[in-house]
Design a binder for this molecule. Structure first.
Ligand SMILES: NC(=O)C1=CN([C@@H]2O[C@H](COP(=O)(O)OP(=O)(O)OC[C@H]3O[C@@H](n4cnc5c(N)ncnc54)[C@H](O)[C@@H]3O)[C@@H](O)[C@H]2O)C=CC1
Ligand SMILES: CCCCCC(=O)/C=C/C=C\C/C=C\C/C=C\CCCC(=O)O
Length: 277
């Protein structure tokens, strides 16, 4: 029941809902949560095969009552609402929601789907979580973590639609996580920006998909990636320690860094010369 010797109070015995939990960083987070004695982890994904394989791995390691795969397309409002209901009904509580699922596409015509999954579903999920967990709505408080990216913070012309969804997730989460909201709901809203991490979206064929405008520049500069385990450990540390409205960078296999002041400093620079009302 310890993480480097420290008991993670915001993990132990808590009920979790994780989107995009069947593969990549999401699956890593699901595994770490159970290792750190979460009470119950429900993970939602469209990838049925991967979801069922992970569920069976978790049953073997942790027993049948600790984890559940729910096949759910989070861009489908009624499926998503049903999944929330299912998780809540199990223990009459949800303590932590991790909005992690992602769509990346090289095809410009996919922009609606990228926005629907990466941004709209994150907003919709955060609002649902506030309804279930907010003390102003009869809940007991809790935590929402929304996943952004290093690419939200770097002025590169690559992946304009994907990067836009990630900066929007950051602004939305910082705003709804502000003291004004937190003081009423007692639901912390945190943002995690991952640096390059070794998952399917950074595999060479995937990166090559994005090269059509950049003549192989991305594939040839494929970045050094951190391990999924480091990203997942980092996520647990942020859930344990983060203050509502804060933003964290998890990169290079290092411990999470609180970059909230960089973010607000950046906004101060951008709004220079504009009178503050
Ligand atoms: N891997 C990396 O280098 C980085 C990842 N991130 C962020 O980390 C998060 C996790 O990314 P990865 O694990 O790398 O991605 P991944 O592609 O390995 O996993 C994403 C999961 O989301 C699921 N998903 C996609 N659409 C869905 C839908 N409509 N409903 C439910 N599930 C759906 C997929 O089936 C997949 O299992 C994402 O938010 C991504 O933007 C941020 C920066 C770097
Ligand atoms: C295929 C891109 C997946 C994006 C995943 C993500 O959110 C963050 C990744 C972080 C680092 C970069 C990874 C891939 C390359 C994309 C743009 C990098 C720009 C390279 C450069 O010109 O410096």
């Amino acid at each position: 029941m310890s993480f480097g010797g420290v008991v993670l109070e915001n993990i132990v015995d808590k009920v979790f809902l994780v989107t995009g939990g069947a593969a990549g960083i999401g699956a890593g987070v699901v595994r770490e949560l159970l290792l750190e004695n979460a009470r119950y982890v429900a993970f939602l994904d469209i990838a049925e095969r991967e979801g069922l394989i992970l569920e069976s791995e978790l049953y073997t390691k942790f027993g049948a009552l600790k984890a559940k795969f729910i096949k759910c397309d989070i861009s489908n409002e009624s499926e998503f609402a049903d999944a929330y209901k299912q998780v809540f009904n199990k223990y009459r509580r949800i303590d932590v929601v991790i909005n992690n699922a992602v769509v990346l596409s090289a095809d410009d015509s996919d922009y609606k789907r990228i926005v629907d999954v990466n941004l709209t579903a994150t907003i919709s999920s955060t609002l649902k979580a506030l309804d279930y967990m907010g003390i102003d709505k009869g809940g007991i408080g809790g935590t929402v973590v929304n996943v952004s990216s290093l690419l939200a913070l770097t002025p590169k012309p690559h992946l304009p639609v994907y990067a836009s969804t990630k900066i929007a997730v950051l602004q939305f989460s910082n705003s709804i996580g502000a003291e004004l909201f937190y003081s009423k709901s007692k639901v912390r809203v945190l943002t995690v920006c991952f640096g390059p991490t070794d998952t399917a979206i950074l595999q060479k064929p995937s990166i090559s998909n994005f090269d059509k405008h950049f003549t192989q520049s991305l594939a040839s500069r494929a970045p050094v990636r951190q391990r999924v385990k480091s990203a997942a450990y980092g996520m647990l540390q942020v859930i344990n320690n983060g203050v509502s409205g804060s933003t964290w960078m998890i990169a290079n296999d290092k411990s999470p860094v609180d970059i909230s002041e960089n973010i607000s400093g950046g906004f101060n620079v951008m709004s220079c010369g504009i009178e503050n009302n």
